[in-house]
Ligand binder design. Structure first.
Ligand SMILES: Cc1cc2nc3c(=O)[nH]c(=O)nc-3n(C[C@H](O)[C@H](O)[C@H](O)COP(=O)(O)OP(=O)(O)OC[C@H]3O[C@@H](n4cnc5c(N)ncnc54)[C@H](O)[C@@H]3O)c2cc1C
Length: 746
């Protein structure tokens, strides 16, 4: 704990202790103030200003220190200052005192609580940021909720101090009047029950419920307002119309059909969307061939003197397409029709909150009426506005699958997952690849050592990786493309046959009715949705890449469940989309897979953690496979086995990660992973060894000393007295093994 925090704690403890040691509480009882009422009143008449000031300061101190007695002080205020001045003084003093208590709790405890319970608090923080003022107001209206508890708890949340102050003052106003008024009738009060009768409490509860009800009504009115200019059809043909048959749209319609909803799925291009046709499936098929070629090149490492590959790039790309065709039936019209989904091939346009026009292949248009709409229109490659780039007809993840001639020299723009996977593929297939990234390293979302691992491998394989290089311009002359990049203030020219642009993907938000309906997009240019995946029209939902914030197939299908269930059953129960445990992998060689926090993020978010790393170069199976490289890095809460995040680099890292995903999702820690039998010899043992690294960090000097003397005793080399004596050594909590790095503020 920092010095300033220690000082604040010391002052608070001293003041609270003084209150109890000097028994100041006796002055804050009903009997005492009733007994002294005449004396107080006399003093106030003679010294009105100083009496008000002293009363004000005492009130602020009592409430600021969360001491008992605020209610009695309020009564006293009414008794001696009267209703008007009593209310004015108490209203300000109680709000200022509450804010001091709030600030103390925030200063001393918020960081600790927020980092300790980060995952649990995330939705609460989001809720408070959005509607905290509102709920604080409701709580303040009901004096039945303890005043000091609200102050201290609110201090732990992200609510702004200014908001806390004014909402408290306004919210407590009615209660203040009631108590001060009771104070003006002090002589008639003999117990707390006389101040707030059950009837009065009921009135306050109704008052507290009022803003919540008012909000519900306002929400309903707001929803009505967005619908006001549209004419609702008398009946709906569908429960839901889904736009786009990628991962998000397929799962949305599948779930709807499974619960017997009437659902139409509209796809303008190919069933399966990006993942099947231009994303995950073709890229992984190409990676497989590239890997085979890399193994052939490494044949000597496996004891094979020579091995060579005779292949044609066009045939490799045809194999990729045959893989796509083999997977295609999973996402086909036939399969989904059998599942109960009405599949329509055409371009959808939302024309009102309840109607979707579909332009069919023959140019005709069909209008579908529907109770709900789910937008799952996906994303497309982003082409940055670099002069000359468009004109150079760059390859993208959309069209690269169509080429049948291997570019001899390829420039890949972008060091993200797609750019990195394709960089390595093309290099292994025989292109001379230059990867250009303007940031200091590729795979920037991962911790630096993981980027370095992949960059080193790329360079070892002959790839030129240019980081801190900014693409400025593309020139085309004599069939040759030249990329101009800027590095440390100087321009450099890179000649190539093709440029593959992989600098990110942008959501499809144009041309299908969002503009006409006024559905806003976010700063990231995705469709704006709330935590239930609703747009500003509560019956129009969005999921998958079009809504973000993640762009993976598994997040698209995860979101699809929420979109479908909330659309169909939201009137009874709505589910907030849960992004708490999201895994992902980049399928370079070595693969890099992550779930939860890494160190970079933990530091940025000031979350305390300990990091434990196990090097896979030590793992029997990895050595046998000739893949002894990579690492497992796990972040835990300090002093606990609770996993905050894990990153794995190495062979099959994407598969290995699942154990950590399950642990985080279902709340078991490294102890349980360590206690699980992992088949020998497998790569999965790496996870267990990483848990072992954590376990070793918990072993103390004291425990080892006791173990040593105990074993000596069993061998007859030490006496029982020695053993018992050593039990005191258990106090020595210094780590026995070299401690893992601990970070954070504790
Ligand atoms: C090269 C590459 C590799 C990838 N690898 C992985 C990976 O390994 N793992 C992973 O998890 N993710 C990967 N992804 C990402 C993954 O493909 C996407 O996150 C996922 O496909 C998103 O699904 P979606 O349903 O949101 O969108 P999409 O799959 O893009 O589907 C949207 C569909 O909507 C249709 N559509 C759009 N507008 C209309 C309209 N007006 N009317 C009718 N239809 C319309 C489109 O034609 C499209 O078929 C990869 C992506 C790429 C490009």
């Amino acid at each position: 704990m920092s010095r300033s925090k220690l000082l604040v704690v010391a002052v608070i403890i001293a003041l609270v202790a003084a209150f109890f040691v000097f028994d100041l509480r006796q002055y804050l009882t009903l009997e005492y103030i009733k007994g002294q009422q005449a004396a107080f009143q006399g003093y106030v008449e003679a010294n009105a200003v100083s009496a008000a000031l002293v009363y004000f300061l005492v009130y602020v101190a009592v409430t600021g220190l969360s001491l008992p007695g605020a209610a009695i002080l309020t009564l006293l205020g009414g008794a001696v200052f009267g209703l008007l001045w009593g209310v004015v003084i108490v209203s300000f003093a109680s709000s200022i005192g509450a804010t001091l208590a709030f600030l103390a709790s925030r200063f001393l405890l918020r960081d600790w609580v927020q980092s300790k319970f980060a995952r649990f608090l995330k939705p609460i923080n989001e809720g408070v940021e959005k509607e905290g003022a509102f709920y604080l107001f409701a709580l303040r209206l009901v004096p039945a909720f303890p005043f000091f508890v609200i102050n201290l708890v609110m201090g732990l949340t992200p609510i702004r101090t200014r908001t806390f102050y004014w909402v408290s003052q306004v919210g407590m106003f009615a209660g203040t009047i009631a108590y001060v008024y009771a104070g003006t009738q002090l002589a008639r009060i003999s117990s707390a029950r006389d101040i707030v009768s059950p009837g009065l409490i009921a009135a306050f509860v109704i008052l507290g419920l009022f803003p919540i009800l008012a909000k519900k009504i306002l929400d309903a009115l707001k929803a009505r307002k967005v619908y006001a200019k549209w004419t609702r059809p008398p009946r709906y043909e569908h429960n839901v119309v889904v736009i786009g048959a990628g991962s998000a749209g397929l799962v949305t319609s599948y779930i709807a059909a499974a619960v017997k909803a009437k659902v139409t799925l509209v796809e303008k291009h190919r069933m399966g969307g990006d993942c099947l046709n231009t994303g995950c499936v073709p890229s992984k098929a190409l990676i497989r061939t590239a890997k085979l070629l890399s193994h052939i090149r490494r044949s000597k490492e496996f004891g094979v003197r020579s091995a060579s590959a005779d292949f044609d790039f066009g045939e490799v790309m045809e194999r990729v397409q045959s893989v796509v065709r083999e997977v295609e039936p999973h996402d086909s019209v036939e399969r989904y029709t059998q599942l109960g989904v009405n599949c329509v091939q055409g371009t959808a346009k939302i024309t009102s909150p309840w109607t979707v026009d579909v332009t069919l292949g023959d140019g005709s248009t069909r209008t579908l009426t529907t109770k709900n709409i789910v937008i799952a229109a996906g994303a497309r490659p982003f082409i940055p506005p670099i002069p000359g780039l468009q004109g150079a007809k760059p390859l993208t993840s959309d069209n690269v699958w169509e080429i049948r001639k291997l570019p001899a020299r390829l420039v890949v723009l972008g060091g993200g997952p797609i750019g990195s996977e394709l960089t390595q593929c093309f290099a292994r297939l025989g292109s001379k690849v230059t990867q250009v990234e303007m940031l200091p390293r590729i795979m920037i979302r991962e911790d630096p050592e993981f980027s370095q691992l992949v960059m080193k491998r790329f360079r070892d394989e002959g790839i030129e990786v240019l980081v801190n290089h900014k693409a400025k311009e593309v020139r085309v002359a004599n069939g040759e493309k030249v990329l101009v990049v800027e590095h440390e203030g100087k321009d450099k020219l890179i000649a190539c046959d093709e440029i593959l642009c992989a600098v990110g993907r942008v959501a499809n938000t144009h041309g299908y009715g969002l503009e006409e309906l006024g559905i806003p997009v976010t700063r990231q240019k995705t469709v704006e949705v709330d935590e239930f995946l609703r747009t500003i029209y509560p019956n129009i939902f969005a999921c998958g890449d079009v809504a973000g914030p993640y762009q993976f197939t598994h997040t698209a299908s995860h979101m699809a469940w929420y979109a479908s269930v909330n659309a169909l059953f939201g009137r009874f129960k709505r589910f907030r989309v849960d992004y708490s445990v999201i895994p992902w992998a980049t399928f370079t060689d070595p693969e890099v897979a992550r779930v939860g926090l890494n160190e970079t993020e933990a530091k940025e978010k000031k979350i305390a953690y300990q990091a434990f790393t196990y090097g896979i170069d030590d793992l029997d199976r990895a050595i046998a496979d000739g893949e002894a490289h990579g690492m497992v890095k796990v972040l835990t809460e300090p002093g606990s086995d609770r996993i905050l995040g894990a990153t794995i680099a190495g062979e099959h890292a994407g598969d290995l990660l699942t154990e950590f995903v399950a642990a985080m999702r279902h709340g078991f820690g490294l102890n349980k992973i360590l206690g699980t039998i992992h088949t020998y010899p497998t790569l999965a043992e790496a996870n267990k060894y990483a848990a072992g690294v954590w376990k070793r960090s918990t072993v103390t000097q004291g425990q080892m000393e006791v173990a040593t003397v105990f074993n000596r005793w069993t061998r007859g080399e030490a006496s029982l007295v020695n053993v018992l004596g050593k039990l005191f050594a258990l106090k020595d909590k210094r780590p026995y093994y070299k401690p893992a790095e601990a970070h954070g503020d504790d």
